[in-house]
Write a protein that binds this ligand. Structure first.
Ligand SMILES: [Zn+2]
Length: 319
């Protein structure tokens, strides 16, 4: 029996939870669907991530507006993926911030990614006709960018930690409250999507730098908020373990002269006992193993996913 493509058969809405992490610091989590956040400045708001459509983003903003009516000045996008960016217009933010490479990736492959992600995860694309087009950042940086929150609220530090989930992921760090918004560089009990990733960089230096913040609260890309140093450490360790198991298994298959399909079977067998029950595990794995296979082949930058290539890889590995 063949599996339904990606998350195309996953159509039940996930309950969403707004958590107040500290005074003026918010996270909206949704049982494995993409998380988003917001931070109050003295007289403005910074939002983190934009969801897949303006209609979906407006639902989140309605929840947020029960807590604050400050105007949104900055929208921070952790990376270029469609389900994180295409809802941006709902925020009406005068400044949209991302990494330099995210700006380039939107131009290079944003259109294909939009089509690909919509077919993979149709449920996240609430009223797709509300998307006005690709989201283009208006302010980008390469290493760090600091937003002064005003009053006695301290700074919000945006930082690039190295290549990981994509070529241009950034995190948002609130030193005063020791809260880290990690984007898809860390997942809390949700499977990793690594189809556009740099597995070896991510599992080593990039996660080292993410861990070095010493966060006491972490909002990952998907899954519940990690509260406390132990839970934060566990989320980072699980993310690293997922990557290291993949790298070990795919390397092993290649050393034995196996093929991509053997690598998929080996990774699936190794990860399923620990991670198989987590959201989007079956959805992600064919794309993940395909990219890692390329990476170990010396393909420096991830090949562009198109709706057509998605179906071909899915048919080859997951059917
Ligand atoms: Zn992503």
């Amino acid at each position: 029996m063949s599996r339904p493509f990606a998350s195309s058969a996953d159509l039940a809405d996930k309950p969403k939870t707004l958590e107040v992490l500290a005074d003026g610091v918010y996270a909206l989590t949704a049982e494995g669907d993409p998380n988003i956040g917001a931070v109050e400045g003295e007289d403005f708001l910074v939002c983190f991530e934009a969801l897949a459509t303006p209609a979906a983003a407006r639902d989140w903003l309605a929840v947020l507006r029960a807590h604050t009516d400050k105007p949104i000045r900055y929208l921070v996008l952790s990376h270029y993926h469609a389900v994180r960016t295409l809802g941006a217009s709902a925020f009406g933010a005068p400044v949209i911030i991302a990494h330099d490479r995210t700006r380039a990736l939107v131009e290079e492959r944003g259109a294909q990614d939009w089509e690909s992600e919509h077919a993979r995860m149709p449920r996240l694309f609430k009223r797709p006709e509300t998307i006005p087009g690709l989201t283009r950042p208006t302010l980008t940086f390469s290493d760090t960018l600091t937003i002064d929150l005003g009053g006695d609220r301290g700074d919000l530090d945006l930082a690039y930690c190295g290549r990981g989930h994509t070529e241009g992921d950034i995190v948002a760090w609130l030193p005063r409250h020791r809260v880290l918004f990690a984007g898809d560089l860390v997942e809390t009990e949700a499977a990793l999507y690594t189809g556009d990733a740099f597995h070896r960089d991510w599992a080593a230096g990039t996660l080292d730098r993410v861990g070095a913040f010493g966060a006491e609260t972490l909002v990952g890309g998907r899954g519940a908020v990690a509260h406390g140093r132990d839970a934060v450490g566990a989320a980072v360790a699980q993310t690293r373990d997922f990557l290291e198991v993949m790298i070990r298994e795919v390397r092993g298959v290649r050393a034995r002269g196996g093929a991509l399909k053997d690598a998929f079977a080996a990774v699936h067998a190794a990860l399923a006992p620990g991670y198989g029950g987590w959201p989007i595990f079956e959805h992600c794995l064919p794309f993940d193993v395909s990219r890692l296979w390329d990476e170990l082949d010396g393909v420096e930058r991830p090949r562009i996913w198109t709706a057509e290539r998605d179906r071909r890889v899915w048919a080859e590995l997951q059917d």
